[in-house]
Every structure is written in C-alpha cells, then in structure tokens.
Design a protein around this ligand. Structure first.
Ligand SMILES: Nc1ncnc2c1ncn2[C@@H]1O[C@H](COP(=O)(O)OP(=O)(O)OP(=O)(O)O)[C@@H](O)[C@H]1O
Length: 386
C-alpha cells in the first residue's frame, strides 16, 4: 500500500503544486489521479519515487518511509511508465526492456530472454526486438514502455499519461490490454491521466485533484458518477453521468425467448411464419448475425444484408449495455448473449428501466426481476443477465 500523509510541494518561486494531500493507493489496485492541467498530478506521482522531494508530509510504501530509502534503489524497485514510453532512443527495443534486469545485475543472456518474454506479454512481435524505438508506431512504443517497467517485476508501478500519445482506437486497445495484464499481475498502480473517461475505465479508485493540488474527492468510479462531492467534480465528470454510472450496475434483467432463423449456405433456412416485422438471424452455432425485415427473409443471402442493431449485451454485463442493446436494436429488443457469444434471449428497455427504479428502493421492498409481472407472457427466461 502506498500512503501519502499531508504531503505538500511548493516549488521555488512559490507555486504550490500539491497542497496537504492525504491519499492511499491500496495494494494490487489501480489508483488514478485525475484533474485539469497543472493540478499537481505529475508532481504527486514523482514524489512517490522521489524524483521530486516533498516540502512536507510523508510518503510510505508498505509502511516504509520512502525518504529513508536510497533514492536510486527505490526507483529501481518501482516501474515507471511515461508518455511515448520514455524509451532510450539509441538502444534497441530488446535492450531497452533488458536495461533494468541488467542494472539489477542479471546476466546478459537471461536479461534478453526476459525482455523477449515481456515483449510477448505486452503483444509485441519478437521480430521487432532488434528495431530502435523510432522504428515503431506510437502504440508499439507505449507497449515497450510498459514491458520495460515490468522488467524488474516491481510490485509498484507509476504511470504518467501512459496511453495519451496514441490515437483513440489504439488507446482503447492498450487500455483493454493493460486491464487484462493487471488482472494477471495484480500490481499496485498509481496512474495519472487528465481524461476522466480513462480514469473511470481503468481506476479501482479515482482521486480527483483541483488546481492548487487540492484533493477534491477520492472514490470508486461508480461513487464518483453517482455522488460527486461538489460542482467542480460534477463539472469535471461531464455529461451523461447518470447513464455512465449504469455501466457499473449489474442486476437481473428479464430475458425473453426470441424466435430465430438460421442463415446457412447463403440462405435462410426454415423461415417460420410470424407476424413480427423483425426477425433475428443467427448462424449455425446460435451466434446472432443481425435483424432482418420479416417480409424480406426469403431474399437474404449474406450477413452483411442484415441490420446489426447496436451492441450485444452480455448476460453478465451492465445495465447500461442492456439498455443500449435494446435502444439501438431496430426491433427495440436488445440481444443478450453468453460468454461464448451465443444468443440467450432478448431484453426490453422499459424492463431495464424498471430494474433501475427497483434498485432505488430499500432492499426489503424490492421485487426480484423474474417475479416482476411485466415480462413472462412471451416466454420469460429467468436466467437473466446481471
Ligand atoms: N519544476 C518546477 N518548478 C516550478 N513549478 C513547477 C515545476 N514543476 C511543476 N510546476 C508547477 O506545479 C504545478 C503542477 O504541475 P504538474 O506537472 O504536477 O501538473 P499536472 O497536473 O501533472 O499537469 P498536466 O496535466 O498539464 O501535465 C503547475 O502549476 C506547474 O507549473
């Protein structure tokens, strides 16, 4: 656990970058520092590994006061990732990643082997290991930066805007991979970003800082969205707070049986007659392909002729994804799938909203979703999504 206790940093010239900040970053979790430009995020991060010394206050890692440790040694034990990866331009990718194990006294062969392992772990083709950083894309450099920070297998990682130097699509990929990796590695991470959506996606805890280095709020993403401490935090969170908060709410949503037809060998097989204007088409394994106008079923030859609708909701997904699946479907029936992508039923927007309202009620007054009375008449499936 990293603990900052009443930490202040005043730079010569009088700027108070961080003001009386007390904060805990729990072991094995991602703590995100977020806030507008100049609010002291980077200064806070750099005080943890003593690249900047605080003016007052104490910082401990697992109850050890960092000011009592040798700064160089402390830094070798902490992974540090910055924008653009912060790679050494004149060393190959492999040598960049191997630099920390080499510094720690491991032999060259072992260090390079470890570097290759790590590059693979972060999704870098081993063939790129001999290149120089400038011969890689921004996203690849960022990945190498993460691999290098992981090289000493540090329990603690500090990450300063690690995904901001890449385009939004690559950024999302890197974020997803980072979450997957963290799921395996369980590091204690403090990550700085100015992007509130990134904070909400990545953080187990989020500390919102205001200019002047004042802590405005520290909370889970869900708490932050539903209970911002003041107007500064609410404004910083931006629009659609209520809707975004649904992304963290899992609850049972009534599932309905959906009649389907199968697209096989370029034709719809056995189009059963029914009077609904939309029919869901699946492949032979029961994976949804899209919606077809029922009166055009006979003309469909390929899946790209189908209306995909929007998102597929996962049975164990959030209320937001269930609601979005229903609202974005041409039939207004949201397609719900299991882990393997197989259809398990459809959901209705008004029933998702009922579940949301139900959640507002005191626990003892709630009615379980599958006893809710509103579904059921068309083959309600109580194996509902969360
Ligand atoms: N070495 C320094 N000397 C003087 N002032 C500094 C120094 N480093 C940072 N500051 C000031 O301290 C404040 C906090 O800076 P810091 O870089 O920590 O903010 P930040 O939240 O990380 O900003 P950004 O999102 O723009 O990177 C700013 O007002 C900055 O100008």
């Amino acid at each position: 656990m990293i603990r900052l206790d009443r930490v202040t940093k005043q730079f010569p010239g009088g700027t108070t970058a961080v003001d009386d900040l007390s904060l805990t970053a729990p072991t094995g979790k991602i703590t995100v520092l977020v806030g507008p430009s100049g609010c002291g995020k980077t200064t806070t991060l750099r005080m943890i590994n003593r690249m900047i010394e605080p003016t007052s206050g104490t910082i401990t890692i697992d109850d050890q006061d960092v000011s009592a440790l040798d700064a160089a040694e402390l830094r070798r034990g902490i992974g540090y990732v910055i924008q653009h990866g912060g790679l050494f331009p004149h060393r190959t990718v492999e040598r960049n990643v191997a630099s920390v194990p080499l510094l720690l006294g491991h032999d060259k062969k072992k260090s390079i082997a470890r570097a290759r392992e790590l590059l693979e772990l972060v999704g870098i083709d081993p063939g790129l290991g001999r290149r120089y950083p400038s011969q890689l894309s921004g996203g690849q450099q960022q990945r190498v930066g993460v691999a290098r920070a992981l090289a000493a297998d540090p329990p603690v990682m500090l990450m300063d805007e690690p995904f901001s130097a890449v385009d939004p699509v690559v950024r999302e990929q890197l974020q997803d991979e980072f979450l997957r990796l963290q799921g395996e590695l369980g590091k204690t991470i403090v990550l700085v970003t100015h992007d509130i959506d990134e904070a909400i996606k990545l953080g187990d805890h989020i500390a919102v800082l205001a200019v002047g280095g004042r802590l405005a709020q520290v909370a889970s993403p869900h708490q932050l969205l539903t209970h911002p401490a003041d107007t500064f935090v609410a404004d910083f969170l931006g629009k659609d707070r209520g809707y975004r908060a649904l992304g963290f709410d899992g609850a049972e949503v009534p599932l309905h049986h959906e009649s389907t037809v199968v697209l096989r060998d370029g034709a719809i097989t056995d189009p059963a007659p029914h009077d609904d204007p939309w029919t869901l088409v699946v492949d032979e394994s029961g994976h949804p392909l899209g919606w077809a106008s029922t009166d055009r079923l006979g003309q469909i030859t390929a899946s790209d002729e189908l209306a995909l609708g929007g998102t597929l909701a996962r049975r164990d997904g959030s209320l937001r994804s269930a609601l979005d699946a229903a609202l974005s479907s041409p039939s207004r029936r949201g397609v719900v799938v299991d882990d393997s992508g197989t259809l398990v039923g459809t959901c209705r927007a008004h029933q998702v909203l009922s579940v949301i309202e139900e959640q507002e009620r005191p626990e003892e007054e709630r009615v379980p979703a599958h006893e809710g009375g509103e579904g059921g008449d068309d083959g309600l499936d109580p194996r509902a999504p969360r």
